[in-house]
Design a binder for this molecule. Structure first.
Ligand code: FES
Ligand code: FES
Length: 891
């Protein structure tokens, strides 16, 4: 065993190395910090995520759990060693071809686990793959394309369908995919200046408390490597940030009071060893806990303590859509269904925790960070620092998953303020528990719904109210409160509607944006209403939905007439054969009367693409250089969903060149224009249109230049001799007091089937298959669209069956369960292309639509299997078992 000063000798990818670090140093840290091999990722440092998987003497291990001393004399293989002489391995090629890497943060771990398997068993079957890769979590892909890639290499599964190059519609591999496969992609924690100091936030252990900070001098004396402790008074500008200009209510560092567990109070800055050595208890903070408000009922209770002085009732915002006379229509309905539903906090659980660094450059601050929204970050940082936006440069790193959670500030203001004051670079990486405690969540919802239909099975009325727990700060609460009423009917024609919502403050984590902005919660309610009405009227659930589906010419609850691209009926028609076949098979299986019951459910969704009734433009530039190189300058952040590839394909199509001709400059606010946020499923539709317009502009300029020699032309901007510019802002209108207007320019539609098996004695639910039909307008790249469908389904499965964030109790990936490779079943995808005339080459969006129908489809399948309705998610075994017992279905 080595001591702290003795070098540990081992090989990495066949190369002999020596590392002189303490013997208990984690191998993952030694690889990354000492040897610069940042291809090995850290998602949890606790053995839960597998992102750090390497091979040690051939066998996969979690490098975060292996002490350096244990590798003395042994051989370590990392992702950087897979490619040989500049050529990808067959496994890497297969991942590339199958679209098995989305954000790519799990990819090194997946590759190393698969490499281990294939070394032991060159021709594994699917079960062996599931077992070998079972320790590595992926939050993006839904795992199926990873399984396909490994089976392809093994020769036990089909090869990828892939186009080598092309424009719109081509199944090309990610244009930026190689770096993710070889460990060369730099995420937020992967690169930093040599002289960077390290920052760690002290966070509240209480959900509600007042606090005082005592004398810090003794701490500095005890820890000379502690350079500065920042508090609220060090925030140069207003100590309040938030998404909406009128809703900046969240402090960078709390001022005397904390409103949720995990809120940042102080920021310690110093050398890495010192910051790691200081424990929270070393800090002189005196806490006075206050009674915490937990849950919307407590927030709304008469006399409840105000979280924010200006909100007497703790209601942040209300949303409303009203059309016709729903009460009268319900009174005359042939069938009326009603129900109450509740959902939990859901954690984004991206595998890459929040991370970044900042440095001061003269009177500017430069922030390198994992983010979904560089321009919004720029403006927010400028706001809290009292700077002009031009004084802030945001340089996005690669993003290891976001799903809405990286739309809010995290490390950005902390490292920016520290670097500004200290004149030295400062970096920060959240730990997994810190990420989970401090970041935004999906809003827990309490929903009441009442829907009615006439004797012909046509919906006549819907009444809906949802209370959404928006936690301690506003974040995206207003977005959820406004989006939900618009979508509350589901994708159906309903002439009489009253849909209302409230976002309610509590002493819980801020709820923010999470893939769907409240619509997944609402879908659980409206889809249950569909099933119950169909049941009362004796109509097949799929046919009931088909009869009521929004279609071209339909008028929505906001009074908007759908002029085009409303392919829900086509989605349902695509599912119909499988629906009949799977329902019949389930019912036949259930005649056996065993403890395992089969069920098949269907659910639909619609989703407005882009912001609700708000301008959300995107601007793009496409330029050509003297040597003919074409560059797309895109501020649309690719967070794994593939937008870099989609934008390149759109530019290529508009210019009449293959996508391989398009180079990309992405994200940097000094080099690209504002393309808005990567959220609301808007990038393909909004930014894709801006790319198309920019490329058409460039093409027109080149046509005007005729046969002019590019090499002789003067440069106009950014190394280009001609620059095309495009801007697109979806045509919407404001909603009036009754919620009437045109909130979105277009909508995505989908229907999914879930085939499940329920163990009625244990209450466990196994999803056997999902069949997903999605109207995407036009699939710019079918591989990417399928990837989004798979990933959304995996997250919808988690929402339905297992995910429940409990502050203080599930702040790690051991206690907070997300679907593993063994939980996601085979997925059949049907793409419906009902072209959207406003979309780029007909395209709409897919990011959020993929998730929304999954949970209600699974709940409907549980009902088909057991006869019980689960109205509180997740449908954990205890809840399912209790419902079965209450229903009397089993003794
Ligand atoms: S970082 Fe090692 S298992 Fe998560
Ligand atoms: S691709 Fe697996 S976590 Fe993003």
């Amino acid at each position: 065993m080595s001591d702290a000063c003795s070098p540990v000798r081992f090989t990495v990818n066949g190369r002999a190395v020596e590392v002189a670090l303490p013997p208990a140093t984690r191998l993952a840290d030694a690889l990354r910090e000492e040897l610069g091999l940042t291809g090995t990722k850290i998602g949890c440092n606790a053995g839960d995520c597998g992102a750090c998987t390497v091979r040690l003497d051939g066998a996969q291990v979690c490098a975060c759990l292996v002490p350096l001393a244990q590798v003395e004399g042994r051989g370590v293989a990392t992702v950087e060693g897979l490619a040989r002489e500049g050529r990808l391995s067959r496994l890497q090629e297969a991942f590339h071809a199958h679209g098995a890497a989305q954000c790519g943060i799990c990819t090194p771990g997946m590759l190393m686990a698969a490499d281990d398997l294939l070394a032991r068993d060159p021709r594994p079957g699917e079960q062996a793959v599931l077992e070998a890769l079972g320790g590595v979590l992926c939050r993006c892909t839904g795992y199926r394309k990873i399984v396909e890639a490994v089976l392809d290499v093994a020769g036990t599964g089909p090869a990828a369908q892939r186009d080598a190059d092309g424009g719109v519609g081509a199944r090309i591999a990610k244009v930026d995919g190689i770096a993710k496969l070889v460990g060369a992609e730099d995420y937020g924690a992967d690169d930093w200046p040599e002289d960077a100091l390290v920052l760690r936030a002290l966070r509240s252990p209480h959900a509600a408390a007042r606090f005082e900070v005592g004398d810090l001098a003794p701490l500095h004396a005890r820890f000379p490597g502690l350079v500065r402790v920042l508090s609220a008074k060090d925030v140069p500008g207003p100590n309040a940030f938030g998404i909406y200009p009128v809703g900046k209510d969240q402090p960078v560092l709390a001022e005397g009071e904390v409103r949720y567990r995990g809120e940042a109070v102080l920021a310690l800055v110093g050398d890495a060893a010192t910051i790691a050595a200081i424990r929270d208890e070393d800090l002189p903070v005196a806490w006075t806990p206050l009674p915490a408000i937990s849950g919307v009922a407590a927030g709304l209770a008469p006399g409840a303590r105000r979280l924010h002085a200006h909100l007497a009732d703790n209601v942040l915002v209300r949303g409303r859509v009203r059309r016709g006379d729903p009460e009268a229509a319900l009174a005359g309905a042939a069938a009326v269904a009603s129900g109450r539903f509740s959902t939990s906090f859901v954690e984004h659980a991206y595998i890459e925790p929040e991370a970044g660094w900042a440095r001061r450059v003269g009177d500017r601050i430069e922030v390198h960070v994992t983010t979904q929204t560089p321009y919004m970050d720029r403006d927010e940082i400028a706001h809290v620092m009292g700077l002009r936006p031009e004084q802030v440069r945001v340089v996005p790193t690669a993003v290891g998953g976001g799903f809405g959670g990286k739309l809010d500030l995290s490390v950005q203001p902390l490292v920016a303020i520290a670097a500004w004051h200290l004149g030295r670079p400062v970096r920060c990486t959240y730990t997994r528990p810190e990420s989970m405690a401090s970041s935004t969540k999906r809003h827990p919802a309490e929903i009441e719904a009442r829907f009615g239909a006439d004797g012909d099975g046509r919906l006549v009325a819907a009444v809906f109210h949802g209370d959404f727990n928006t936690g301690a700060y506003a974040s995206w609460g207003p977005t959820v409160a406004n989006r939900v009423p618009v979508h509350a009917t589901g994708p159906y024609e309903v002439p009489h509607v009253r849909a209302t919502s409230r976002a309610v403050h509590t002493n819980e984590p801020p709820s923010g944006a999470f893939r769907g902005f409240g619509v997944p919660q609402a879908a659980i309610a409206h889809e249950t209403m569909m099933d119950e009405l169909a049941g009362q009227l004796g109509i097949d659930p799929l046919e009931f939905r088909h009869r009521n589906a929004l279609r071209r010419g339909s008028v929505t609850a906001t009074g908007q007439r759908l002029e085009a691209s409303a392919g829900l009926q086509a989605c349902l028609e695509g599912l119909r054969p499988r629906w009949r076949e799977l329902r019949a098979a389930a019912e036949a299986a259930n005649r056996e009367c065993g403890v395992l019951r089969r069920g098949v459910g269907v659910a639909c969704m619609w989703y407005g693409i882009g912001n609700t009734s708000m301008s959300n433009p995107s601007e793009m530039e496409v330029g050509i250089a003297r040597d003919g190189a074409i560059t797309l300058f895109t501020g649309a952040l690719d967070i794994g969903q593939g937008s870099n590839t989609i934008m390149a394909q759109i530019a290529a199509e508009a210019l009449g060149v293959p996508a391989s001709r398009i180079r990309l400059v992405t994200g940097d606010t000094d080099l690209t224009r504002d393309a808005g946020k990567t959220s609301a499923s808007r990038q393909t539709f909004v930014s894709g249109n801006a790319v198309r317009l920019a490329a058409e502009d460039l093409r027109a300029q080149l046509a005007r230049l005729g046969n002019a020699d590019l090499s002789l032309l003067p440069e106009v901007a950014k190394g280009c001799v001609a620059m095309g510019r495009g801007r697109f802002d979806p045509p919407t209108t404001a909603l009036d007091a009754e919620g009437q207007g045109v909130p979105y320019a277009t909508y995505g539609f989908a229907a999914q089937l879930a085939d499940v098996e329920v163990d009625v004695e244990l209450g466990t639910v196994k999803v056997l298959r999902i069949v997903a039909a999605h109207d995407v307008g036009r699939a710019i790249n079918p591989v990417q669209v399928e990837g989004q469908v798979h990933g959304g389904i995996a997250q919808g499965l988690g929402l339905a069956l297992m995910e429940e964030y409990l502050p203080g109790r599930t702040e790690n990936l051991h206690d907070y369960l997300i679907p593993t490779i063994g939980d996601v079943p085979p997925i059949e995808t049907i793409l419906v292309e009902d072209a959207e005339p406003l979309g780029p080459f007909g395209a709409k969006g897919i990011g959020e639509p993929a998730l929304i129908p999954t949970a209600p489809a699974i709940l409907a399948a549980i009902h088909h299997a057991t006869g019980v309705r689960i109205r509180s998610v997740p449908a954990t075994p205890d809840r399912v078992r209790a419902a079965i017992l209450a229903h009397g279905a089993r003794p």
